[in-house]
Design a binder for this molecule. Structure first.
Ligand SMILES: [Zn+2]
Length: 479
């Protein structure tokens, strides 16, 4: 009798548990949404968080659970930065970089983040908007859906449209688990906020300044000061575009939450920032200074109980973001992903490495808890370095002589990366110059409109292969 009672009790508990589990299973699948906003400075997002507090993302029901205040990108321009996010290695290892329009695609020898999700049975999809994320460059590998549009400075798929497309993909995923990569291009040149946004602002002077083009910025270089009204206007227009992208991110999160998917995770970051005379120049791709490689990194995770928002000051690299996301979801990390050097919990000891420029000399950089070390590498000459105090001088205005031990550490990392890069095939440089291939033509036009194509006097044909005389060195002759 007692035994029968126990059996009934057991069955009742089992049935109740099963109902609970089935209810969870009946909901749509898990979701990881990684949003990379092109050209988004970390300080723009910080100002928004400071000014608006919990309403910084008003449609999202909770503030971010993590804000990483010292997150750095693997590079100061799109292709190597995004390729590092997708492969978990430094640019010398995945080879996706180059100069001007001569670019190497992603090596086929490394696993990608979407492949890791796919191997775990997840659906994978991307909505992307720039020439540097063209399928020609191999960044589509591992995505079941790769919705790519060439973005031009003057015509682009704006954030609203991109987010609408992303939400369609989420809906179509139904009960499947989904990894979704979304790339928003709005803050990139030209700085041309929509008429609505300008009208809201009601600033006639700013309206007449729009749009700001690359040519406008080039004309200001060498003549303007950061305090110049023209520079301030350009920056303000850029910030309006950044706001548009962040508002669209807010709507994307709300849209996914309304679909009641299981335990969704959202990450908001950038491929790189933008310079406004912080170090005498504009735009991006030319240095590895903080305004270009320090990026916003915010994370929301829902359905896991309430967690207080948390600012972390540990040095982290977006290169390690893929590993982090896979680990948080309990999924296997591909062997080819580099061991993390990121300090996610703020315990100290984090290191972030950045490399490659799109034009100008080859540069590498290292950030530690205390220091930023930036080094320029030139063939046949000793490395030229400058060190900055990361706490007292976070915008890197007061260069000091490099600490020899830190310099060795940076050059060792560079050497180890180049060694590792010899084990991964570098595909032929794609000269995205005139060709019969329609896609290449479109890519070239896109690059030209972004200001990357054509002669660049000071690039003097260098590649990122300084200090290496092997097969790679011929690549520079072709520029
Ligand atoms: Zn970019």
């Amino acid at each position: 009798m007692r035994r029968a009672f126990e059996l009934v009790l057991f069955l009742a508990i089992f049935a109740a548990l099963k109902v609970a589990l089935d209810r969870d299973d009946a909901r749509p699948g898990r979701t990881v949404v990684l949003v990379v906003v092109d050209t988004l400075r970390a300080d723009v997002v910080e100002a928004r968080l400071d000014e608006r507090g919990d309403d910084a993302f008003p449609l999202v029901t909770s503030p971010p659970i993590r804000v990483h205040a010292r997150a750095f990108s693997a590079s100061g321009w799109t292709l190597p930065a995004v390729a590092s996010i997708l492969t978990g290695v430094d640019p010398e290892v995945h080879h996706a970089h180059g100069k001007a329009t001569v670019l190497a695609p992603l090596t086929p020898d490394l696993a990608t983040l979407p492949e890791a999700f796919r191997d775990a049975g997840w659906r994978t999809a991307a909505v992307t908007n720039a020439a540097f994320l063209s399928p020609l460059l191999g960044l589509d590998r591992g995505f079941d859906v790769y919705d790519h549009e060439h973005a031009y400075n003057r015509t682009l798929r704006r954030a609203d449209e991109t987010v609408a497309r992303a939400l369609e993909i989420v809906e179509a995923a139904g009960g499947d688990d989904l990894f979704l990569f979304v790339h928003l291009f709005d803050p990139h040149l030209d700085y041309d906020p929509t008429a609505d946004r300008l009208a809201e602002l009601g600033d006639a002077a700013l309206t007449s300044a729009a749009p700001v083009t690359l040519a406008d910025l080039r004309a200001l270089e060498g003549t303007a000061q950061a305090s110049d009204a023209r520079v301030r206007d350009a920056r303000r227009l850029y910030e309006l575009e950044a706001d548009a992208a962040l508002d669209a991110f807010d709507r994307l999160v709300e849209g996914v939450l309304l679909q009641e998917r299981r335990k969704p995770t959202f990450v908001l970051t950038a491929d790189h920032g933008e310079e406004f005379l912080d170090h005498g120049g504009f735009e991006h791709g030319h240095t590895l200074h903080a305004e270009l490689v320090r990026v916003p990194l915010l994370m929301w995770r829902f359905g896991r109980g309430t967690q207080p928002p948390n600012r972390r000051d540990g040095v982290v690299s977006t290169r390690d973001l893929g590993r982090r996301l896979l680990e948080l979801e309990g999924l296997a990390v591909p062997d080819s992903f580099a061991p993390s050097t990121s300090d996610w919990d703020g315990a100290g000891g984090g290191v972030a490495y950045s490399a490659t420029t799109l034009y100008g000399p080859v540069r590498v950089a290292l950030r530690t808890d205390d220091a930023a070390l930036l080094v320029e590498l030139r063939e046949g000459a000793p490395p030229v370095g400058a060190q900055y105090d990361l706490a007292a001088d976070p915008t890197e205005q007061r260069p000091r002589d490099p600490d020899p031990a830190l310099l060795d550490r940076l050059l060792d990392r560079r050497r180890a990366n180049r060694e590792a890069g010899r084990a991964t095939r570098r595909l032929d440089w794609l000269d995205l110059g005139p060709s019969k291939h329609a896609e290449r033509d479109a890519t070239l036009r896109s690059l030209e409109s972004l200001g990357y194509a054509g002669g660049d006097g000071d690039s003097n044909g260098d590649s990122d292969d300084v200090g290496d005389r092997d097969e790679d060195s011929g690549a520079g002759d072709r520029r």
